[in-house]
Structures are given as structure tokens and as C-alpha cells.
Design a protein around this ligand. Sequence first.
Ligand SMILES: N[C@@H](CCC(=O)N[C@@H](CS)C(=O)NCC(=O)O)C(=O)O
Length: 215
Amino acid sequence: MKGIPYTTKWLDFTDVEPEIKKFGLPPNERGALKHTVPTIYDPNTRRAITEAFKINLYLEDQYPDTFSLLPKGTRALQAAFSPTFGKLLDTMLGSVVVSIYNEASERDKPHVRTTREAWFGMKLEDIPPQGERLEETVKLWEELLSDIGNWIDAGEPGALYLGGDAPVQADVDVVSVFLFLFRTAPKDHALLKSLENVSGGRWMKYLEAFSKWTA
Ligand SMILES: N[C@@H](CCC(=O)N[C@@H](CS)C(=O)NCC(=O)O)C(=O)O
């Protein structure tokens, strides 16, 4: 989105920790995992930076003339949005873990199973919500979507994004959760259907607006 040239090195889950450790980075400040992707290495400064938000701050500081996702004056409110992003992600995560496990390489499967079972405190196959738990999940998901939609509407008239007529980091957080869900959830999953149908399909338009970056 910032127009900075980059290449991606894709890693198996099993290789994430040992590969990231090679940069001599300290363990993550947040989350259950010590070393994670995304991590970047910037050959211009010979610096490695890990954790999404820190990477974003680094890129803002290092490349100030590029498109900004954290414009000055929006940072406090974007920080206030962060717990909503966490809830949105947590609400959908349980619905996709089995698909991720199924898609993982044979080499990765034990790692994916062990870490996810430890996080959720249950057997992998029991994690995806069903029945009453699924209904509660959909309700929470729709409440979060409704809050986010109302906040967008409370901005400039006709605004498409939380950032107004251009996306900010909070929008990237939201659309990333949607893409994660689309790419990993079973095609007929209730969360996907609700994303497609609530609020007159506004979230499909939102995804479409991002397609120039996400295609
Ligand atoms: N706090 C980190 C969390 C990143 C994270 O959880 N990354 C996951 C993939 S999205 C990961 O590297 N997982 C490796 C694993 O599951 O072993 C951040 O904000 O970047």
C-alpha cells in the first residue's frame, strides 16, 4: 500500500520461529508466540522488525513520503480501535483452525495441532463452534460489524473507510480478518454468509474497494 518494493519469503509454520530468531530479534511483546510473521528485513537500513504494528510504525518513520496508514491525528483513535480488531479476529479464529490444519503440510500438522489445542484448551476438532456456540459467535460477529459500520458512517458523509475516503491501519486490520475468513473458512460458513448479507452487502463493497491492494 505504501508502494515500497518488497519480496515475500513464505515459511512453513515449523520454520517461523527458527528463521525469525536468526535476525537476533527479542521475543514478541504481545501474543502467545515468541517469534512470528510478519517480520521484515529492510536492506536499506539492515534492520529487521517484527510484529505487525511495530513494522507499520517503522515504515511510517523510515519512509515518511509514502502513503500513510497512521496519519498524524488518527493514531489515538486507531489505538482505541485495536481491541475491536482483537475481538473480530478472535471471533472468527475458531471457525478456521481445522481448515488451516487440513491445508498445512504433513510436516506442519503436529505444530498446528499442538499450538492451537493449547490456545483453545480443547481438541482441535472441537474448536469450530457449532449449534448454540455458533449462534453466539455469529451474534457477536454481527454486533462487531454493526459497530464498525456505525463508526464509518459517523465519519465523513458517504465515507467508505474508518479513515474516511482513504483507508487507515484500522481498515487494513478489518479487511485482513475478512480475507482470512474468505480464504480459510468452509465456503458455506455462517460467518461468511453474514459478512455477505448484513447491512445491504456493505462489507462486500468494502472488500471490493480494497481489491487493488489485495488481488
Ligand atoms: N503479535 C504478532 C502476532 C503475529 C502472529 O500471530 N503471527 C502468526 C501468523 S499470523 C505466526 O507467526 N504464527 C506462527 C505459528 O503459529 O507458529 C504481530 O502482531 O505481528
